[in-house]
Design a protein around this ligand. Structure first.
Ligand code: FES
Ligand SMILES: [Fe+2]
Length: 367
C-alpha cells in the first residue's frame, strides 16, 4: 500500500508535488510498470511501417517489448514480443517477413502471432501448438500513428485521445497529408516523470527558452493550458511581430498553415507537438529505462511540399529547446535525490497540468 496515511493524496490537492523519493524508487517503478505502462495506450510507431502484408516493426510499450505486424490477410496486430518458449525477444528492428522466428531455438510464429513451428515439438506428448501463440496486445491507429496497449481489456484508443483529433484538425495540420521525414532518438538521466512534467508547463519558457519565447507568446494571459481526461494540451499563439518578420532574433519565420503552437500530452508517455509555420507534427514517446534514466524517440512529419531547409530550421529550433530542457531536468533529478526538499509546491495557475499528471500517477499507483 502506498500513501497509507493519505498525506500524498491530500498534498496533491493543495498544490504539493509527489514525494521526491518517488522519482528514484524501485518499488514505485515496479508499480508504475504494472499499473501504468502495462495498461495504457502508447505511441508505438508509424502506419507506413506496416502498410503492406508482411511488414512489421519491433517497439515497446513502457518496459514491454511489442511487435506490430501486418499479417497476410491484412490484419494489423500488436503482439507481446516475447517468445512463448523461454522468453527471448522474438522480432528486432523492422522489415518484411513471412514469419517471425525466435533467434534462440527457432520457434516460428505467423504474423498474426500463432505458433507455426516449434522444432522437435512433435517428439513431445501432448504439445499443442495452438496454446502458444504470442500474447496479443491492443493496437489502433490515429492518422499516421500506431498506438498499442498491452491491456486487452482497456477502453479503446478513441477514449484516450478524447478531443485531441479535433484540436489537431483545427491547427491547420492535415494528418492525411503529412509525411514522415525523420526519427530522433534521445536519452536523459532522469526519471520518466521529470521529463514529462517538464513538458507539461511553460512557466519556465520565458526564463529557459529565450528563442522559443520570441516566437511564441508565453504570457499567462495568452498561452493556454487545458486538461481533459487523459489528454493535457497547451496552445501558444505566435507573436504578431514574429509572423510579419519585424521581430529580432526569432529562430525561424513561422509562416504557413499553422498559426498556433499546440503541445499535447497523452497519458502516460506520448506527446504530440505542432509548431507554428509550415505544416508539421511530431510525436514523442518517453520510456523509463531505469529509475533515473529515460529514453525516447521523436518521429517528425511535415507536409509534402515543405522544403528540407524549412524542415531543418524547424527541427534545429526544437533541438535547441530540447537541449535547454535537458540541463534543467537533470538538475531536478539531482535536487530530488538529495531528499532535502521532500515536496515541491506547484503554482496551480501555471502548472495545473502537472497536478493533473501527478493525480493520474497517484490514482494509478494507489488503486
Ligand atoms: S526462447 Fe524462443 S525458441 Fe526458445
Ligand atoms: Fe522546456
Amino acid at each position: 500500500v502506498i500513501d497509507g496515511t493519505g498525506t500524498v493524496g491530500a498534498g496533491l490537492e493543495q498544490g504539493y508535488t509527489l514525494p521526491a523519493e518517488w522519482y528514484g524508487d524501485a518499488e514505485i517503478a515496479q508499480l508504475e510498470r504494472e499499473r501504468i505502462f502495462a495498461r495504457s495506450w502508447q505511441y508505438a510507431g508509424r502506419l507506413d511501417q506496416v502498410r503492406e502484408p508482411g511488414q512489421y516493426f519491433a517497439t515497446e510499450a513502457g518496459h514491454i517489448p511489442i511487435v506490430v505486424t501486418r499479417d497476410q490477410s491484412g490484419g494489423l496486430n500488436a503482439l507481446v514480443n516475447v517468445c512463448r518458449h523461454r522468453g527471448t525477444q522474438v522480432a528486432y528492428g523492422e522489415g518484411r517477413r513471412e514469419t517471425l522466428q525466435c533467434p534462440y531455438h527457432a520457434w516460428t510464429y505467423r504474423l498474426d502471432g500463432t505458433l507455426r513451428k516449434a522444432p522437435r515439438s512433435e517428439r513431445e506428448q501432448g504439445f499443442d501448438k495452438s496454446e502458444f501463440a504470442l500474447v496479443p496486445a491492443q493496437v489502433d491507429v490515429w492518422g499516421p500513428f500506431v498506438f498499442v496497449n498491452p491491456d486487452p481489456d482497456a477502453p479503446p484508443l478513441e477514449d484516450a485521445l478524447g478531443d485531441l483529433p479535433g484540436h489537431v484538425e483545427r491547427s491547420g495540420v492535415d494528418l492525411a497529408a503529412v509525411r514522415f521525414r525523420q526519427r530522433r532518438e534521445w536519452e536523459q538521466e532522469v526519471n520518466w516523470k521529470i521529463a514529462l512534467e517538464n513538458y507539461l508547463e511553460c512557466y519556465h519558457c520565458s526564463v529557459a527558452h529565450p528563442s522559443f519565447s520570441k516566437l511564441i507568446d508565453v504570457d499567462p494571459d495568452s498561452y493556454t493550458l487545458r486538461s481533459s481526461g487523459l489528454v493535457s494540451s497547451q496552445f501558444g499563439p505566435v507573436h504578431e511581430s514574429a509572423l510579419n518578420g519585424t521581430r529580432k532574433g526569432i529562430p525561424y519565420v513561422p509562416q504557413g498553415a499553422v498559426t498556433q503552437a499546440q503541445y499535447h500530452f497523452i497519458w502516460p508517455n506520448t506527446t504530440v507537438n505542432i509548431d507554428p509555420g509550415a505544416m508539421n507534427i511530431s510525436i514523442d514517446r518517453t520510456l523509463p529505462a531505469g529509475l533515473r534514466r529515460s529514453v525516447g524517440t521523436t518521429d517528425c512529419f511535415f507536409g509534402e511540399d515543405v522544403s528540407s531547409e524549412t524542415e531543418q530550421a524547424m527541427l534545429d529550433f526544437t533541438a535547441q529547446v530540447a537541449n535547454e530542457d535537458q540541463a534543467l531536468v537533470e538538475a531536478v533529478q539531482r535536487g530530488l535525490d538529495s531528499g532535502m526538499v521532500p515536496r515541491g509546491r506547484l503554482l496551480l495557475n501555471s502548472e495545473h497540468l502537472i497536478q493533473h499528471f501527478q493525480r493520474l500517477v497517484y490514482d494509478a499507483l494507489a488503486s
